[in-house]
Design a protein around this ligand. Sequence first.
Ligand code: ATP
Length: 241
Amino acid sequence: MTGTMLLEARSLTKYYGDHLALDRLDLSVAAGEIICLLGANGAGKTTTLNLFLGFTEPSAGEALVDGRSVASDPAGARSKLGYVAEVVSLYPALTGAENLAFFAELAGKRVDMSERDAILSRLRFPLEQIDRASGGYSKGMRQKLGLAIALMKGAQAILLDEPLSGLDPAAANDLVTVLRETAASGTALLVSTHDIFRAKEVAHRIGIMRHGRLVDMVEPATLSAGELEQLYLTHMAERAA
Ligand code: ATP
């Protein structure tokens, strides 16, 4: 896929002490593209997201958001970036609307109600729930509110850590549709997941990670779900080089 590269990792490497958590990762995510990262626990997926976010510093290499280096221009890089954590942190006593306003203002944005409602509708968020306390929201609704916060902030690239875990099949199916529609409007999405089958449904490309290395990058449209699973299992069974 061609187009503007909104996320780029260039030989991105992270050691924790002697432990190599990420080994010379090269990766680009274009506008409109969804890449899923698959891999066993400890493969380096969260480390990758954390390096894009500037939560941790690389040992070598570089992470860029819309061409801005996370290391040398952290504020510039962050202004283009949204993050949806596995558990989206909201103030449970505040309504969805109040949470959105709070987090948008933290990012320096005033909430425009028509823009807000357009984003929520696009995300298929049940609008009648927006004035309820967020403590009662389902995981799927929390994820959507997290996405809405990112989009209201004007993020061009969004990182999602395990967004599909813990969703019932209908909610997961719905989120897949929402993510596809979000990307179709020009956002780049980088998603970590353990769910091979949903990854196949949602991603344009799937990166398979093992022991900190990106060992394969596949276009799921070219594989059946069974073939993708077999490929994943084959990589997981490989002996460390
Ligand atoms: P999971 O699917 O469990 O979230 P992951 O693919 O996201 O796994 P990471 O969390 O990126 O994997 O971890 C990669 C490696 O780095 C692991 O071996 C992990 O133990 C190690 N690691 C991660 N964070 C730290 C840290 N803050 N200090 C020390 N080691 C860490």
